[in-house]
Design a protein around this ligand. Structure first.
Ligand code: GTP
Ligand code: MG
Length: 314
């Protein structure tokens, strides 16, 4: 991508052209040539969007809830985006999610941007790719970014750290799965949602979760509220929106938002620094010397630590 092409693309994306936005997002998501230029141009305009993470076990109703939330924020933001990481089921992910929203609400559709991201194959990792994508959307004037990710593996959990507010979506009667949630995701939840509250057992699950929160208290001054919703009927949606807003306000006042943003900036800079140092060092060491050292390690002439010592000494 030459500079002028990048410039054109940027201009069209800023104008709200969806295909250009999609193309620009691909460039930064995959760290294609031009990604650094695009980021340089856009970065000063980032930091304004409200980023809401939606995570939880598969099939809990995350996409349905995201759909509802997108509708709820239509008044408050001129542009809204949904970033779905590895949409796991064909019924909920990517295009289908888009189709659902499109069918329901043509007005929203014009201002809504939906992006699906694969969960594998990103240079520097999935969460960094997500941060880049969110930053671009932010710079393009998207006021609310909803990031959906299945809360199962560490990588998926890391993704949601990009969010200012993390909503953990559970369902009634998770039973043993509640223990699985406890292991990792509960600690990063700012708002806990018991979705499918139209089904029996929501109160019980809410009680269990409240108990778990009490046991694990002392994390921060913020105690995650537990909200019961039905993404299907829309019940509890205003309460969820209010809980997210309340966390946002607390986060702003307490400095938590700032702290998270610093942490994210540090992770990004350190990671880029590492990559760049490795690239430069590799250039200095040279392929020949590296090959020679590798051969000696393979022959057991020296150990790998000694090889690295030697390569760096010269
Ligand atoms: N009864 C009931 N069903 C719901 C509710 N929310 C979602 N569902 C249904 O649950 C199923 C899964 O919903 P999704 O929104 O695709 O769930 P998800 O968490 O995004 O799923 P994955 O992305 O595959 O992890 C769908 O059949 C929804 O219609 C709810 O509040 N009540
Ligand atoms: Mg989904």
């Amino acid at each position: 991508m030459t500079t002028t092409v990048a410039g054109d693309l940027l201009a069209r994306a800023r104008g709200g052209d969806k295909r250009s936005i999609a193309r620009l997002l691909s460039v930064v998501e995959n760290d294609e040539p031009g990604a650094a230029d695009a980021m340089r141009a856009l970065y000063p305009e980032t930091g304004r969007a409200q980023v809401i993470g939606i995570t939880g076990p598969p099939g809990g109703g995350k996409s349905t809830l995201v759909n509802r939330l997108a509708g709820a924020y239509r008044e408050s933001s001129a542009r809204i985006a949904v970033v779905a990481v590895d949409p796991s089921s064909p019924f909920s992910g990517g295009a289908i999610l888009g189709d659902r929203i499109r069918m329901r609400d043509r007005f929203l559709d014009e201002r809504l941007f939906i992006r699906s991201m694969a969960s594998r194959g990103h240079a520097g990792g999935l969460s960094r790719a997500t941060v880049r994508v969110v930053n671009v959307l932010d710079a393009l004037g998207v006021g609310v970014v909803l990031v959906e990710t299945v809360g199962v593996g560490q990588e998926e959990v890391d993704v949601v750290r990009v969010a200012d507010t993390v909503c953990l979506v559970t369902v009634p009667g998770l039973g043993d799965d509640i223990q699985a949630i406890k292991a990792g995701v509960l600690e990063i939840a700012d708002v806990i949602v018991v979705n499918k509250a139209d089904r029996p057992g929501a109160d019980e699950t809410a009680r269990d979760l409240a108990q778990m929160l009490r046991l694990g208290k002392g994390r921060t001054a913020w105690v995650p509220p537990i909200v019961r919703t039905s993404a299907q009927t829309g019940d509890g949606l205003p309460e969820l929106v209010a809980a997210i807003a309340k966390h946002g306000a607390w986060s702003e006042e307490s400095g938590e938002r700032e702290r998270r943003r610093r942490e994210a900036a540090r992770a990004e800079v350190e990671s880029l620094l590492r990559e760049e140092l490795v690239r430069r060092l590799a250039g200095r060491v040279g392929a020949d010397r590296l090959d020679a050292a590798v051969a000696r390690v393979a022959d057991r002439a020296i150990d790998p630590y000694a090889a690295v010592d030697e390569l760096l000494r010269e």
